[in-house]
Design a protein around this ligand. Structure first.
Ligand code: BT5
Length: 331
C-alpha cells in the first residue's frame, strides 16, 4: 500500500466542521473534540485547504467552513447508509496507487464483505487488461467494494453487470442525464465514457473467495486529457453543472446494496433484465468487436443467462463474447 488511510481524527475534524458550518469554532474546542493538539488541528486544516476545502480562520481566531466540502469522508458518507452491509466500513485515502489494489490486499487479509475503499486521487488507477484509469484529484469517485459471495467463479460476469446496473441507477438519478451501458462495463453519456468498472477476484477450486468491484466515475472534471477527449467525458461536462461526489457515492453504495441483494436472492435473471433495459447495446446494435486475437463487425443479440453477450457475425454465425471490447459502428 502506498499511503496511510485518512486518520480517524482528520475524518472527525471534517464532520465537526460540516456540522458547525455556519459558526466560528475556536481551535482549542475543535482540538478537544477530536482529541488532538491545536497544532495538529492547524496541520489538518492545512491539508484540507490543499484539497480545495474553503476554511476561514486561524488557530487564534477559530475556524469556519466557507462552503460545504465535497470530500468522500467516511463521517459524511456512513450516516447516510443506515444498516447497509456495503459501506458499514469505509476506508478513505486522500491519495493512493489504486483502490482496487488496496481492497484486494485487505480482502486477502480477511476484510469483511461490504468493506469499501475510497480515494480522492489515484496515482496508478487501473482499467482492464493492464490499462490506465485517469484519476484526477477531487474530480472523480474512485471506489472499490469487497464482496464475498457464495457463488462459483462462473457468476463473475453477472456481478460486473450488477455493478453496471447499480451505477446506471445512481448516475441517472443523481444527474437526470441519459446514461447508457456498453457491454460489459462502461457507462456512457452522449456516447462518451463517464464511468468504468473493474472486477477482480480471488477464486480457487470452483469457489469465489472474494471479489473486488472497482468503480471509477468522472464527476466534476472540467476537461479531460486530450488523449481521452474523443472517448471520455464527465458528468459536469455533459450536465453543464457540478455535482456532489459525496451524494453520488452514497447513492451508488445504496444501489449496489440493492442490486447485490437481488442477485443473491433471485439469481441472475432480474439483474440481466435490468441491464438489458438500461443498455442500448444489448440487442440490435452494430458494433466493432475486438478480442485478444480478432477484430470484426457484428450485431448484438442479447445476453445469455450468465451475462455473456451474444453477437451475430456478418455471415450470420452467432457466438458468445466472454470478454473483449465493443464499440458502436455508425451506419
Ligand atoms: C475500465 O477499464 O473501464 C475500468 C476502470 C475502473 C477504474 C476504477 S477506479 C477505482 C478502482 N481502482 C482502480 O485502480 N480501478 C478501479 P477498461 O474497460 O479497460 O477501460 C480503460 C480505458 O478507458 C483506457 O484504456 C482509456 O481508453 C479509457 N479511460 C482511462 N481513464 C478514463 C477515464 N477517467 N474516463 C473515461 N475513460 C477513461
Amino acid at each position: 500500500m502506498s499511503a496511510a488511510a485518512t486518520d480517524r481524527r482528520m475524518d472527525k475534524l471534517i464532520s465537526v466542521l460540516v456540522k458547525n458550518a455556519t459558526v466560528v469554532l475556536p481551535g482549542p474546542k475543535i482540538a478537544s473534540q477530536i482529541g488532538v493538539t491545536r497544532s495538529t488541528v492547524w496541520n489538518y486544516v492545512g491539508k484540507l485547504r490543499a484539497l480545495g476545502v474553503d476554511i476561514q480562520g486561524h488557530t487564534s481566531s477559530g475556524y469556519q467552513l466557507r462552503t460545504l466540502p465535497d470530500i468522500l469522508a467516511p463521517s459524511l458518507i456512513q450516516p447516510e447508509l443506515g444498516d447497509n452491509e456495503i459501506g458499514h466500513k469505509i476506508i478513505h485515502y486522500f491519495r493512493i496507487d489504486s483502490t482496487n489494489s488496496t481492497a484486494l490486499a485487505l480482502a486477502t487479509d480477511g476484510a469483511g464483505e461490504g468493506t469499501v475503499v475510497v480515494a480522492e486521487e489515484q496515482t496508478s488507477g487501473r482499467g482492464r487488461f493492464g490499462r490506465k484509469w485517469y484519476s484526477e484529484k477531487s474530480s472523480g469517485i474512485y471506489v472499490s467494494v469487497i464482496l464475498r459471495p457464495k457463488l462459483s467463479p462462473a457468476a463473475a460476469p453477472a456481478l460486473t453487470l450488477m455493478a453496471g446496473v447499480a451505477a446506471h441507477r445512481a448516475l441517472s438519478a443523481a444527474t437526470g442525464l441519459a446514461v447508457d451501458i456498453r457491454w460489459p462495463n462502461d457507462l456512457l453519456v452522449n456516447g462518451k465514457k463517464v464511468c468504468g468498472i473493474l472486477t477482480e477476484m480471488n477464486a480457487e477450486l470452483g469457489r469465489l473467495h472474494h471479489v473486488v468491484l472497482g468503480i471509477g466515475v468522472n464527476v466534476n472534471n472540467k476537461t479531460m486529457p486530450s488523449e481521452l477527449g474523443a472517448i471520455a467525458t464527465s458528468l459536469r461536462l455533459e450536465g453543464k453543472r457540478s455535482f456532489s461526489r459525496a451524494q453520488i457515492l452514497v447513492s451508488l453504495l445504496k444501489e449496489l446494496e440493492r442490486c447485490y441483494a437481488m442477485l443473491k436472492t433471485e439469481g441472475n435473471a432480474p439483474v440481466l433484465r435490468a441491464w438489458a433495459k438500461a443498455s442500448s447495446y444489448a440487442e440490435g446494435k452494430a458494433v466493432r468487436v475486438r478480442t485478444s486475437d480478432e477484430d470484426f463487425q457484428a450485431v448484438t443479440a442479447g445476453l445469455d443467462p450468465t451475462g455473456m453477450l451474444r453477437i451475430r457475425r456478418e455471415d450470420g454465425r452467432e457466438e458468445l463474447l466472454v470478454s473483449g471490447e465493443i464499440t458502436e459502428v455508425k451506419r
